[in-house]
Write a protein that binds this ligand. Structure first.
Ligand code: HAM
Length: 414
């Protein structure tokens, strides 16, 4: 049998112990913190109508054009695996009427993008994200960034940077596109082939082109922000001031272009140097998503869990630190002790104690080896003799000491 018979698809991973314990730490801390800010959990399906993503994320974006797992199902319906969490969340909230227009929800879920796999870029990855609907308010955007910083601090991540910019209001879009096109026109021949096409299709994409020649031209022309209204620039200033007021440092980066079309006003990204080329741990921003006749305003972010974990590891925080330790191992000498230990294990587990035992009468040596590997703090050893006396030999694994105790005393003290 080929060895890849046992492997998941390229760009996807099985997540197992002990690694799973850092995932659980991240999820548990996030849930506690989200509750402090009044966010409720939302679980939407992984599969949606293709139109849910096309209309929110935008037809000309890479995510929609190149990266979605889109297909027709057996009934001829056009569907897609979600590449991100905002579109499905807003689809859900739009169906909740008034209540959905002023909601705070969070999600922790797998996302799917058919990108070329490389370090930090997967085809199935996981996001911890939030969405808060409601009219544009710079304080809401600042609070959202503060919540993200809170998460990073709680996870123990240091060394990350928050970069912020603005896409301006809807009314700024045309002046920005016109202004950038005009500024780029004299340099057209120097731009890369992709950017020569992008000028007409989606000029903002020229701004974040990775080609050094294009980047150099972009540095010489006015930034998109300079073509925006005074109100839009004031909105961004208010977000930055509110963050300063809370002691949160951000770096203004007018070249920051998020790859999704739904953004208006504030956009931001959090990066970490440990990550290399794919250095964004998180992305977020304010958006306006049109659904039916309604435009749903909101603000939110998503953090890539795999990238958070890589950054944590670079800070010396690893899964091993979160592996649960301790508990009890029961050693049974003979069939009678095995049956009695089954009852004892049931009693201990009912008390919430982590308790393991061998379910066959094996040698003492084999059972002790298992006990040792399990990381148990205490081993309770019983044979015919102890059962008849109502006692147990209790071994403290750290100290190596052993004593015979009354079973009722063992139960009372564990
Ligand atoms: P995004 O920037 O596309 O934004 O993704 C957010 C984060 O997900 C990225 O910063 C990265 O950490 C992680 N990520 C994205 N693609 C991959 C991949 N192929 N492999 C591993 N990690 C990846 C969004 O998804 C928006 N929905 C965020 C948002 C929520 N904006 C407003 N609300």
């Amino acid at each position: 049998m080929a060895s890849n018979e046992f492997q998941p698809l390229q760009g996807m991973s099985d997540i197992r112990a002990p690694e799973i314990y850092i995932w659980r730490m991240i999820e548990e801390k996030a849930r506690t913190i989200f509750a402090c800010y009044g966010y409720e959990e939302l679980r939407t399906p992984s599969l949606e109508k293709l139109s849910v993503f096309k209309r929110s994320i935008g037809d000309t974006t890479d995510v929609v054009q190149k990266e979605m797992y889109a297909f027709e199902d057996r009934g001829g319906r056009e569907l897609a695996l979600r590449p991100e969490g905002t579109a499905g969340t807003i689809r859900h909230l739009a169906g909740r009427g008034e209540e959905g227009l002023n909601a705070r929800v969070f999600y922790i879920a797998p996302m799917f993008r058919c990108e070329r796999p490389q370090a930090g870029r997967k085809r199935q990855f996981h996001q911890v994200g939030v969405e808060a609907t409601g009219e544009p308010n710079p304080l809401a955007d600042a609070e959202c960034i503060a919540l993200q910083q809170h998460l990073l601090d709680a996870w123990g991540l240091t060394g990350s940077k928050i970069q912020i910019s603005t896409r301006g209001a809807m009314d700024d879009r045309q002046p920005v596109v016109d202004g950038l096109r005009k500024a780029l026109q004299p340099h057209l021949a120097e731009l890369c082939e992709d950017c020569q096409r992008r000028i007409a299709e989606n000029v903002l994409r020229v701004i974040d082109c990775k080609n050094e020649k294009c980047a150099e031209i972009v540095r010489r022309i006015p930034s998109a922000i300079e073509f925006m209204s005074a109100d839009s620039r004031a909105y961004l200033d208010q977000v930055i001031n509110a963050l300063k007021n809370m002691g949160i440092e951000v770096e203004l980066n007018p070249q920051l272009v998020r790859g999704l079309d739904y953004y208006v006003h504030t956009v931001w990204e959090i990066t970490h140097d440990a990550l290399g080329a794919q250095n964004a741990i998180a992305g977020g921003g304010r958006y306006e998503i049109a659904l039916g006749k309604k435009g749903i305003p909101g603000v939110g972010f998503a953090m890539g869990m795999e990238r958070v974990i890589t950054s944590l590891e670079a800070c010396g925080i690893t899964a091993d630190q979160f592996v649960p330790r301790g508990g009890i191992w029961l050693v049974s000498l003979g069939e009678e002790a095995l049956a009695e230990n089954m009852k004892l294990a049931r009693e201990l587990r009912a008390k919430g104690i982590h308790c393991g035992m061998e379910l066959a009468a094996k040698s003492m040596k084999a059972q002790m080896r298992k006990a040792d590997r399990s990381g148990a703090e205490k081993v309770i050893i019983r044979g015919e003799n102890e059962i008849s006396k109502g006692t147990a030999m209790v071994k403290n694994m750290a100290e190596g000491s052993q004593e015979e105790l009354k079973l009722e005393d063992v139960l009372r003290t564990t």
